[in-house]
Design a protein around this ligand. Structure first.
Ligand SMILES: Nc1ncnc2c1ncn2[C@@H]1O[C@H](COP(=O)(O)OP(=O)(O)OP(=O)(O)O)[C@@H](O)[C@H]1O
Length: 549
């Protein structure tokens, strides 16, 4: 063996037996057998890795090994870190400092290569990191260091390195060193099954638990009410707020333009709350005629006005134990606003014509597309009521800010209306999708819903085409020309759509598209020019399939 400062050794037991057979004779061999016996006894009699390791470390300190420092490291293959699990000759602090990456220093290299290493002349050996800082200045200056060797052997199981056993000792002679390495290697293979079990039970179990809780959290984070379609970023913020507030009794104010889905948000809050078993009563305040609003909301006593033949429970009483959703709350008259304020403050009210207070336990969710602050400034909405309602505001974004939600919603509505109309519409054509995506949706989801209901009814085949969409969507951006509903315009729209679909199907190859459309390549070129269509738009990036441009 060459004598250099760091020697890496293949763990070949036959090699050792042959090379160092003289060591396994006489005193040496006899003194080793009880050590191995003691270690094997400790491993078979105790299921605790700590017990076995303390016996091993103890043996290492005694004759004939007489090592002055010993460490057992374990390798966490997920974080790729090696840490000292047990040792002698190190303080707790020094032990804690002993953390290595695979490939780093002597221990790291043993883990990386699965081969034993003997490192000599530690005081100036670059592989010896002294990460534990156990080698104090005194030790460094003294002769001891120059004479000290560090041996490290891998603990392996099925080609996998699980950790290392390392030892420091005073250099005596090369043969003794090799003998030590072999002994440590035997100990390592004896202890390997117990180490493997320990790693599975501790590292893997902890990791699995962490992974489970990470997945649980990820699932929790991804809370999405089942009744609401769309996963855009702004909607995810809405879902986050719904999840936060649902299980409280806080009053919620839902803000947003008309048709964005405020009522769905209110429903999601109720159905994800603890009082989901209770009623969910919806009251559209804009639809309540002034003279009936009070009685509709708060009920009336028998004979309280002409026609009040029986006692009637209003929406608030009907919602007792559940949730009342006051849609378009900005439309309530000032007198009703005063009564609503009292319900919010005291949870009581009187029925019209009654004097007995009715006590209720109702969660209030209100919604409006009006600017309530402006209304407060103008004196048409009570300021105190505004603050009582605005405890937990949720703003639902307009559809034009929801990106790909338009496509998800369109698909959802096409499926729903196809079913309702006994049709089998399978897809929305590319030009039609482009129109849907580039439209500004002033009427929001309600407008999209209505447009697709109409398109499903109009569709003659299994596709929603651009010409099934209303003229308001047929902008020049998509069609190359603004066309309305005349025959000529409709023919142009059909032509445009057929060319676009064919180019898309044929990856922008004009020859193939012309063939499919029953045109010559030149005729197709003329029509594409008329519609301002460029075949390159339909090329898939990276495609080399462009032989017939
Ligand atoms: N994200 C969505 N997923 C599925 N359907 C939706 C979604 N948002 C809205 N809708 C549908 O759009 C229509 C309008 O929604 P909704 O009535 O909830 O809107 P709104 O904001 O309360 O309107 P308004 O202010 O006019 O009362 C409803 O038919 C609703 O089912």
């Amino acid at each position: 063996m060459p004598i250099s400062d760091t020697v890496t050794l293949e763990l070949d037991v036959d090699y050792f037996i042959e090379e160092f057979s003289h060591c396994f004779t006489g005193e040496c061999r006899i003194s080793m057998l009880p050590i191995l016996y003691k270690i094997s006894q400790s491993i078979t009699s105790s299921s605790d890795l700590g017990d076995s390791l303390s016996i091993i470390l103890n043996v290492m300190q005694q004759r004939p090994l007489k090592m002055h420092r010993g460490i057992v490291t374990l390798y966490d293959c997920y974080s790729e870190t090696i840490s000292i699990h047990d040792s002698f000759g190190l303080t707790d602090e020094e032990k804690r400092r002993g953390i290595y990456a695979s490939g780093e220093g002597i221990t790291g290299k043993v883990v990386e290569t699965g081969k034993a290493i003997i490192a000599r002349r530690l005081h100036n050996n670059p592989d010896f990191l002294d990460r534990t800082r156990a080698h104090n200045e005194k030790e460094k200056k003294g002769n001891l260091k120059a004479n000290t060797v560090f041996l490290s052997v891998p603990i392996m199981r099925a080609q996998k390195v699980l950790g290392t056993i390392g030892a420091e000792r005073v250099y005596m002679n090369q043969h003794l060193l090799k003998q030590d390495v072999e002994l440590l290697s035997m100990i390592a293979s004896m202890i390997a099954p117990a180490v493997e079990l320990y790693l599975i039970e501790n590292f893997d179990k902890v990791r699995l638990e962490n992974e489970n809780s990470r997945l649980r959290n990820a699932l929790k984070k991804k809370f999405k009410p089942s009744n609401i379609i769309g996963n855009s970023k702004p909607m995810q913020e809405v879902y986050r707020l719904i999840e936060k507030v649902a299980n409280t009794r806080a009053t919620v104010l839902i803000l947003g333009e008309s048709g964005v889905g405020k009522e769905l948000v209110a429903g999601a809050i109720h159905y994800n709350s603890t009082n989901t078993e209770g009623p969910f009563i919806i009251s559209n305040c804009a639809a309540l005629p002034d003279n009936l609003a009070e009685s509709e909301l708060f009920g009336h006593e028998k004979g309280s006005f002409t026609g009040a033949l029986m006692m009637h429970k209003g929406y608030f009483e009907q919602a007792d134990g559940g949730t009342i959703f006051l849609d378009e709350v900005g439309e309530l008259s000032l007198s009703i606003q005063a009564k609503l304020l009292r319900v919010l403050q005291e949870k009581t009210f009187e029925r019209v014509g009654g004097s007995k207070p009715v006590k209720i336990d109702v969660r209030i969710i209100a919604a409006t597309n009006r600017n309530l602050i402006e209304m407060v400034e103008k004196g048409t909405f009570r300021e105190d009521l505004y603050y009582r309602l605005n405890v937990f505001p949720i703003t639902v974004p307009p559809l034009r800010e929801r990106g790909s939600d338009v496509i998800a919603l369109a698909d959802h509505f096409v499926t729903a209306f196809s079913k309702e109309n006994n049709k089998e519409i399978k897809r929305i054509s590319t030009p039609a999708l482009n129109m849907l995506v580039s439209y500004h949706w002033p009427g929001n989801v309600r407008e999209l819903e209505n447009i697709l209901e109409r398109a499903v009814i109009l569709s003659d085949d299994d596709v929603i085409h651009s010409y099934d969409l209303p003229p308001s969507l047929q902008t020049s951006k998509e069609t190359g020309t603004a066309f309305g509903i005349t025959l000529e315009e409709k023919i142009r729209a059909v032509e445009y759509e057929m060319i676009v679909e064919s180019l898309k199907n044929n990856n922008g190859r004009m020859g193939k598209a012309a063939e499919e459309l029953g045109l010559t390549r030149r005729m197709l070129g003329v029509r594409m020019e008329r519609h301002n269509i460029n075949y390159k738009t339909f090329r898939i990036a990276g495609s080399t399939d462009c032989d017939d441009d």
